[in-house]
Design a protein around this ligand. Structure first.
Ligand code: 13P
Length: 258
């Protein structure tokens, strides 16, 4: 039985302010009876919704995260949002290096590293996403790719800083409308690589870092994935954007796997 399971959703460039507030309210209402000793629940909506989402959240029930963050407190970075701005609107968590940031918007491991360090220094729970492309999987270098993303992305992070660090494994080929979900066995194999790398980097502290799986998680595969020993949570897109559907996945997982 796992001590705590993580459930989160990234709403990408969908939901407006009104949609997000309704979603947060419904999700809190639907899940309020579930003990937060058992689960951590988070929603990562778009920047413009953060103020309202944070005002709507019940801190006992839900964390709100940002989808990205600039790595300086201020400066000549047109279009970027700084850690101070995210703090100002009450944001708990920052996601760094989502597959779409890396592969659609062209971010590099070096940039992710600057953002991770900045987010941790500003005391945000920091969710670093890693994942290999279809091509890298085909070449048989998934493990190597993930290890490089972790070692570069977490360069300079100290053991003390890992208390607020989370990692998500999101294979690029598994994400979104054209994605096909990783099998639970494959996801487990890569989660073992991630956990070994985190231990290598941070010793025993590294074993405490939650590692979540994301990429076409749906009502059919959620329970199977959640039962894998090295999967500590599910990071969901499309299947969680309706609060009732998300609530059902959470309850199925809790009922079936513990
Ligand atoms: P999907 O669940 O829609 O594949 O998206 C996953 C994701 O990108 C979460 O960050």
């Amino acid at each position: 039985m796992k001590k705590r399971f993580y459930f989160g959703t990234n709403t990408k460039m969908y939901k407006t302010i009104k949609d997000t507030v309704e979603f947060v309210k419904s999700l809190q209402e639907a899940t309020k009876d579930i003990s937060r000793e058992k689960i951590t629940l988070f929603v990562i909506p778009s920047y413009t919704t953060l103020k309202d989402a944070n005002e709507t959240k019940d801190e006992e029930l839900l964390m709100i995260g940002a989808q990205n963050m600039g790595w300086e407190e201020q400066g000549q970075f047109t279009g970027e949002i700084s850690p101070l701005m995210l703090q100002e609107v009450g944001t708990d968590l920052v996601m760094i290096g989502h597959s779409e940031r890396r592969h659609v918007l062209g971010e590099t491991d070096e940039e992710e590293n600057k953002k991770v360090l900045c987010a941790l220094r500003h005391d945000f729970t920091t969710l670093l996403c890693v994942g290999e492309t279809e091509e890298e999987k085909e070449y048989g270098i998934s493990a190597e790719t993930i290890r490089i993303q972790l070692k570069k992305g977490l360069y300079g992070v100290t053991k003390e800083m890992t208390k607020k660090l989370w990692v998500a494994y999101e294979p690029v080929w598994a994400i979104g409308v054209n994605g096909k979900p990783a099998t639970k066995e494959y996801a487990e194999e890569i989660h073992i690589v991630i956990k070994e790398t985190l231990k290598e980097l941070f010793g025993e502290e590294g074993t405490e870092i939650p590692v979540l799986y994301g990429g076409s998680v749906n009502p059919e595969n959620a329970v199977g994935l959640s039962k894998m020993e090295h999967i500590d949570g599910l990071f969901i897109g499309r299947s969680a954007w309706n609060a009732d559907n998300f609530n059902k996945i959470i309850r199925d997982v809790l009922q079936e796997s513990r």
